[in-house]
Ligand binder design. Structure first.
Ligand SMILES: *Cc1c(COP(=O)(O)O)cnc(C)c1O
Length: 403
């Protein structure tokens, strides 16, 4: 017998659960793409996106996934031969670096492994050593979705300032935006990118590049930018056809409008606090399971963990078995381990991830914790006891929220 029939919970780190309000907003005929309501819609969306990123800079919307946003940002700012510095704390930094290589940009990767955050002092040293000021940007993942490490943009800003280095600070916020606290302007980030399908709760297919005046100077000095990625037309929503480089992503925009309404009705501070508290409930359970059991949280220090995704180890084969069990028997789809393979476990079958981003509340989290507990029991994977009680305690008494 399967107990999976009922509303499923897709707990992978993107795409995330889509609210009914978003899905319903998309269920309508196509509008005129040249004039009328669509112009007003885009003009209204842009400021509300900026309120999510906490910036007074520009927001460009692209029809693509996060990989497209990686390329869009790079295409505007750099030319072949330009050098960029990439501190890596997991697979996604390497992905962005690879995108740079494809454009002839030369990345210098400083790898901090998969279990700890970027050491900003080390980055400061590298920047100081760049006496010719050849490094054009420091590019990093705010949250690396593979390892669930959360880096601190402020530490990198401080490193750039301490080294008195003019490079841009560029943040990949695809996993973190609208989940983990982020203030683009106040934290000194020059370029931030994100996608629609994680904290923004919209289907995959839109992504966003936020940029400030310093980034605009880089773009202005760039002699050649691919027409499609050029962000200049994408700062003028009144010319909506040119804004999107062609037909607008009409239905995604309807969904995005509904999602932004939900986020701003709740308020960004409360959205971050909700993610922080629900993440703590999940970790409280994981810490219990780990006691005397097979489970290992990838990031041991809670202060360095993302509030959007948690990466876990469970012993070779067990991560995969648990994922299959929860999906088949209980309607809970957990995320695969990503970029965590070892010599003994080349396919990373010992790892899994819990996505806890976006449209998420206490009953979903407690349900997921209960189902994982059942899976551990059914599969006879050794685990500590009392996980559900610990998670419930966090929900019962969330206390003061630190992000
Ligand atoms: C999801 C994600 C990406 C890739 O986004 P796609 O939409 O799959 O192209 C890049 N960086 C981070 C940090 C992500 O979480």
């Amino acid at each position: 017998m399967s107990l999976a029939h009922g509303r499923p919970y897709l707990a992978i780190p993107g795409p995330s659960v889509m609210p009914d309000a978003v899905l319903q907003a998309m269920h309508q005929p196509a509008p005129n793409i040249y004039e009328g309501d669509i112009v007003t819609l885009v003009e209204g969306i842009v400021p509300d996106l900026k309120r999510v990123a906490k910036t007074d800079g520009e927001a460009a919307i692209y029809i693509c996934n996060g990989h497209g946003a990686w390329e869009a940002a790079l295409s505007n700012l750099f030319q072949p031969g330009d050098r960029v510095l990439i501190p890596a704390t997991g697979r996604f930094a390497h992905g962005w670096a690879d995108m740079a290589v494809g454009l002839g940009i030369v990345p210098q990767i400083v790898d901090f492994g998969t279990k700890s955050t970027i050491d900003a002092d080390r980055i400061e040293e590298v920047l100081r050593a760049d006496t010719e000021r050849q490094i054009k940007a420091v590019m990093f993942s705010h949250v690396d979705t593979a390892t669930s490490i959360r880096n601190d943009p402020r530490a990198l800003r401080a490193a750039l300032d301490a080294a008195d280095h003019p490079a841009l600070l560029m943040a990949d916020c695809i996993a973190s935006m609208a989940c983990d606290e982020f203030h683009m302007d106040a934290w000194g980030v020059d370029v931030a990118i994100t996608g629609s399908q994680k904290g923004l709760m919209v289907p995959p297919g839109l992504s966003f590049v936020f940029f400030n005046d310093r980034a605009k100077e880089f773009r202005a000095a760039n002699p050649r930018v691919s027409r499609y990625w050029d962000w200049v037309p994408r700062t003028e929503p009144e010319a909506v056809y040119q804004y999107f480089g062609g037909t607008s992503p009409t239905h995604h925009l309807f969904g995005l409008r509904a999602a932004l309404d939900m986020l701003h009705e709740e308020g960004m501070e409360r959205v971050w606090a909700r993610h922080a508290t629900l993440a703590r409930a999940i970790w409280a359970a994981c810490e219990r399971w780990a006691e005397g059991g097979a489970m290992v949280m990838n990031v041991s220090d809670p202060a360095l963990r993302s509030h959007a995704v948690t990466a876990l180890g469970l012993g070779i084969g067990n991560g995969q078995k648990l994922r299959i069990w929860t999906a088949e028997n209980a309607g809970l789809t957990l995320g695969i381990g990503l970029g965590m393979s070892t010599e003994d476990d080349p396919d990373g079958t010992g790892f899994f991830r819990i996505g806890h981003m976006g449209h998420l509340n206490a009953h979903m989290v407690l349900g997921a914790v209960g189902v994982i507990e059942a899976g551990l029991q059914a599969l006879q994977i050794p685990h500590g006891h009392g996980a559900l009680e610990k998670a419930a305690e966090v929900v019962a008494q969330p206390g003061a929220v630190a992000f």
